[in-house]
Design a protein around this ligand. Structure first.
Ligand SMILES: [Zn+2]
Length: 304
């Protein structure tokens, strides 16, 4: 493999690492993924498999490896493909951690569709039209800033039976991993969650509890403890990232999402115009149905 090719690959992987979850309303979202320096080990691991190195699968693998390295949570990402039990609705206990969820039970052909709304209005309206026309409910990861900027769409989501996940007020990283800033304090994290929840309640009379989706997927042990303390029992991760935010075309997103379908999968998409997820959605719904999948919210997937 040539040096140029390795450099290209490193840039590609850095893009995958940069974030699966773009979106901040207060500052322009970096449309091109940031060139986060990668630990040499990951570049080395990819370079060792030149045949697969330029495929999305390799990027995914590197992304997962990098994520693992950034966390001290033993069970994430899941290494076993064993079926996952449904999440019981349990009484809260005094002190505990939230549960990280990246998929639902694999016992039935059911998947969850989740859309993060943290940047522009983008394709949100079109996505809601598609969901309505196909009689599909979905989960929306909502920032407080997006909710305040688009109250009509938030109300429509709630009126049409969709489910909300707290995606924080400003979409700043709780750990600082993806932003290169200091980790937020427990108090700052609590404010991010509360401000969003209050906006959603005020605008649409709905709640985001008990679901939290971390900006950029940045989590560590302190985050899952802090969010639990604020009423967020479930940290909503994902199984399949559409990579729409990473510039994939409509048809590439569609093919990828259908190829990676598995029972219990949680999909993550974005409403923002940078991603072609909205235009890809009709084909994804049609393709998943042809494969025998039912689609719904994350809450529906976890509580059959
Ligand atoms: Zn996001």
């Amino acid at each position: 493999m040539s040096a140029r090719r390795i450099a290209l690959l490193a840039a590609l992987v850095a893009g995958a690492l940069a974030t699966a979850c773009q979106g901040a309303a207060s500052v322009p979202e970096p449309e091109a993924p940031r060139a986060t320096p990668l630990p040499t080990a990951y570049i080395g691991a990819l370079a060792a498999t030149p045949a697969a190195s330029e495929t999305l699968a390799a990027v995914d693998a590197a992304y997962e490896m990098t994520r693992t390295a950034s966390m001290d949570i033993a069970e994430w990402p899941r290494t076993s493909t064993a079926p996952v039990a449904a999440v019981p609705r349990v009484p809260r206990v005094a002190s505990a951690s939230a549960r990280m969820v990246d998929r639902g039970p694999a016992t039935e052909r059911r998947v969850a569709l989740t859309f993060d709304a943290g940047a522009d209005r983008g394709y949100a309206e079109q996505i809601l039209d598609t969901l309505r026309d196909n009689d599909v409910r979905a989960s929306f990861g909502m920032t407080g800033q997006w909710a305040e900027a688009n109250p009509d769409l938030l109300r429509r989501m709630v009126a049409e039976g969709h489910h909300l996940i707290n995606h924080t007020q400003t979409h700043d990283s709780f750990t600082g991993f993806s932003t290169g800033r200091a980790a937020k304090s427990s108090e700052a994290r609590a404010r991010e969650l509360a401000t969003t929840e209050q906006a959603v309640q005020r605008i649409a009379g709905a709640t985001t509890k008990p679901y939290f989706r971390p900006p950029y997927g940045d989590i560590d042990t302190s985050v899952i403890e802090d969010v639990y303390a604020q009423g967020y029992d479930i940290v909503a991760m994902w199984t399949v990232d559409s990579q729409g935010w990473n510039g994939l075309s409509r048809s590439a997103i569609e093919a990828r999402c259908l190829r990676m379908a598995v029972p219990g999968a949680v999909y993550v998409f974005h409403v923002g115009a940078v991603a072609q997820d909205g235009p890809a959605l009709p084909g994804i719904i049609e393709g998943l149905r042809k494969q025998g999948y039912q689609m719904g919210t994350l809450d529906w997937l976890l509580h059959p």
